[in-house]
Write a protein that binds this ligand. Structure first.
Ligand SMILES: *[C@@H]1O[C@H](CO)[C@@H](O)[C@H](O)[C@H]1NC(C)=O
Ligand SMILES: *[C@@H]1O[C@H](CO)[C@@H](O)[C@H](O)[C@H]1NC(C)=O
Length: 260
């Protein structure tokens, strides 16, 4: 039985081979739980997680919770949902530049308010962002090179956000209610006009018009009511007048008759 013999002689080797194969697949599997194209390193004492240029379409899950610097630049991330960066309590720097971000949900940066000191959102596709997105954030933010709509919302946003030094000139109006603003830096445009006061003025005028409308309605109703009552009162008065006058007439006629 040469075959059985061969098996017996090689069983130990086979067993070892099988075991190492199982171990290898295990290791490989745990390595691939990191998103493809991402790697973890220690740079100048900071735990750094780099996923630059990794064809990501969303913020990866399973980012190590001790990450200090997170690079997600040059990807195709389009949307930042609420709690996109939860469980990163010691994150200092977040680079989201050169993506395709069009929308940021309020609460997307929740949990980063304590430590984050740098947030790069430059070179994305942001048109309009609610200022609440950045509430409580202490980080310096780069908002340059986005197709901004210059309006009251952007004015409020820029009033709220702590812009990174030297980046404000690159926040340029891509669209605006006024054609002449297009292509100009927002901070230059806003020295000549207050987007929010224009907005407030129109709402004030609308409010005045509605208030005047109501007032006119109330007045006309009052006038109508008074007129109607006057008419009724007059008729009633005439009726009342007519009563004693008949009596008087009958009395008169009776006196006349007696005189006659
Ligand atoms: C990361 O998570 C582990 C396990 O949940 C926890 O023990 C550790 O304190 C966390 N680290 C930080 C920096 O929060
Ligand atoms: C802000 O972003 C722009 C565009 O990506 C970049 O050129 C600039 O250096 C950034 N500014 C700072 C201060 O990081």
């Amino acid at each position: 039985m040469p075959l059985v013999d061969w098996f017996l002689r090689h069983s130990v080797t086979m067993w070892l081979l099988l075991q190492s194969f199982v171990l290898m697949t295990f290791c490989f599997h745990s390595a691939t739980t990191f998103p493809k194209g991402c790697y973890h390193a220690e740079e100048d004492g900071y735990k750094t997680f780099r996923c630059s240029n990794a064809q990501l379409t969303e913020v990866p899950k399973d980012i190590p919770n001790d990450t200090n610097k997170l690079y997600l630049d040059f990807n195709q991330i389009a949307f930042l949902p609420i709690d996109a960066f939860r469980n990163l309590p010691v994150l200092l720097e977040l680079d989201l530049s050169h993506n395709a971000i069009v929308r940021i949900e309020s609460g997307a940066f929740r949990g980063l308010s304590e430590h984050l000191h740098s947030l790069d959102l430059s070179s994305n596709k942001l048109v309009s962002v609610n200022k609440d997105v950045f509430s409580n954030l202490k980080a310096k933010v780069n908002l340059s090179s986005n197709p901004w709509l210059c309006d009251c919302r952007l004015q409020e946003l820029i009033r709220t956000v702590d812009l990174v030094a030297g980046s404000s000139g690159s926040i340029v109006c891509d669209s605006s209610a006024k054609e002449e603003h297009v292509g100009k830096p927002f901070l230059q445009v806003v020295t000549d006009m207050d987007f929010c006061s224009v907005y407030k003025k129109t709402t004030d005028i609308a409010m005045l018009v509605t208030m005047f409308g109501w007032f006119a309605m109330v007045i006309s109703y009052l006038v109508y009511y008074v007129r109607q009552n006057q008419e009724d009162a007059r008729r009633h008065l005439e009726y009342l007048k007519s009563l004693p006058s008949k009596q008087r007439k009958s009395e008169e006629s009776s006196t006349i008759s007696t005189v006659v």
